[in-house]
Design a protein around this ligand. Structure first.
Ligand code: IMP
Length: 184
């Protein structure tokens, strides 16, 4: 069971897990995130709080965009900054600063007992303008290393070949393959 209010995240993760023969149930709900220093801590805290209400196994994920030239900002503040500044605001902040950046996703899996984390990273750079209408969030301003297109120009399938989220989920799937619940 995957908990998120974000249909894009669900769509991406469903594709990856289905390809490995795992069906996932979408529990569509939003939850409050603490403001903390790392994506790991935020992801773990959310899972801990939800586990009080939801006793069966579930997972969720937290993602941050870390821009080198801005000291890692917005990082754990990615959600708030996207709502307030948006992509245009980030581009204004970056004027003149080389835009190396990375996305980090941390999946936290609650087994019903323990909390396990799986991390994925995608390195790239920030574009000069927003380009593309695929994906969501910061996708239109993020160019993965080795690409000339932004994530906003890639289909879900192409984004999944390289993305932070797919790398974290691939590790999670590897873990599940070695457990008795595989495929359930
Ligand atoms: P959260 O994981 O939902 O807290 O995401 C933080 C912020 O990053 C939100 O504004 C999302 O829209 C954005 N975000 C999360 N994942 C991605 C992604 O894969 N691409 C682009 N933006 C993302």
């Amino acid at each position: 069971m995957f908990i998120t209010s974000n249909a894009h995240k669900f769509g991406e993760i469903r594709e990856i897990m289905n390809a490995s023969g795992i069906d996932i149930i979408w529990k569509k709900m939003s939850y409050e995130e603490i403001q903390e220093d790392t994506t790991e801590i935020i992801s773990l805290d959310s899972a801990r709080k939800l586990s009080v209400m939801i006793p069966e196994p579930f997972f969720l994920e937290d993602t941050g965009l870390y821009i080198d030239g801005l000291g890692g900002f917005p990082g754990p503040y990615s959600s708030y900054v996207f709502r307030t500044l948006g992509n245009e605001g980030i581009l204004k902040l970056l004027a003149g600063i080389p835009g190396k950046a990375s996305f980090i996703t941390v999946v936290t899996y609650f087994t019903g007992k323990d909390f396990l984390q799986f991390k994925g990273e995608l390195k790239g750079s920030i574009s000069n303008n927003p380009v593309g209408h695929e994906g969501f969030g910061y996708d239109p301003i993020f160019i993965p290393d080795g690409y000339t297109q932004t994530l906003g120009e890639l289909s879900v399938t192409d984004k999944n070949r390289i993305s932070h989220r797919s790398r974290a989920v691939a590790k999670f799937v590897e873990f599940l393959k070695n457990t008795e619940n595989y495929g359930k």
